[in-house]
Design a protein around this ligand. Structure first.
Ligand code: ZN
Length: 141
């Protein structure tokens, strides 16, 4: 399962009050695997119904959620920072991606990565992940 499939399943789960044990299991299994790969995405509570990556807007997660985690982790690994790195917040402010984190070694060049994805986010629909000049594409408005 990738981020796009996860977003679909999560929204299906959230859209109904019915108990959906199968979807719940899929979400937990996926999030546990994600946290094994990227320990810095570990949620505060150990329910695994979400991870820190759930803070990223759906559209952006679909478009580059997997890629940004891979890039950050690679940089953290280079400077032995995987276990000390922490997400503070991931937000969209006026259509701009704000990835706020701390704890990494000063040698980590995360700013370069954030710049790269900030540029991509500026042209990506925050809802569906398709390319758009606005924050939200015409279809999602
Ligand atoms: Zn859209």
């Amino acid at each position: 399962m990738n981020s796009a499939e996860y977003v679909k399943i999560k929204n299906e789960y959230l859209s109904s009050h019915l108990e959906k044990e199968d979807l719940k299991k899929k979400i937990i299994r996926y999030n546990k695997r994600l946290v094994r790969k990227y320990p810095w995405l570990k949620p505060e509570e150990d329910t695994y119904m979400y991870t820190e990556l759930d803070r990223l807007a759906d559209g952006w997660r679909i478009a580059f959620g997997d890629a940004i985690c891979k890039d950050i982790n690679k940089e953290l690994r280079k400077h032995d920072s995987i276990d000390i790195y922490k997400i503070v917040d991931i937000r969209a402010v006026n259509g701009r991606l704000l990835w706020i984190s701390e704890g990494q070694s000063p040698w980590c060049q995360l700013d370069k990565i954030f710049d790269k994805y900030e540029k991509i986010a500026a042209n990506t629909c925050i809802v569906c992940g398709k390319e758009t000049k606005d924050h939200i594409c015409n279809k999602c408005k």
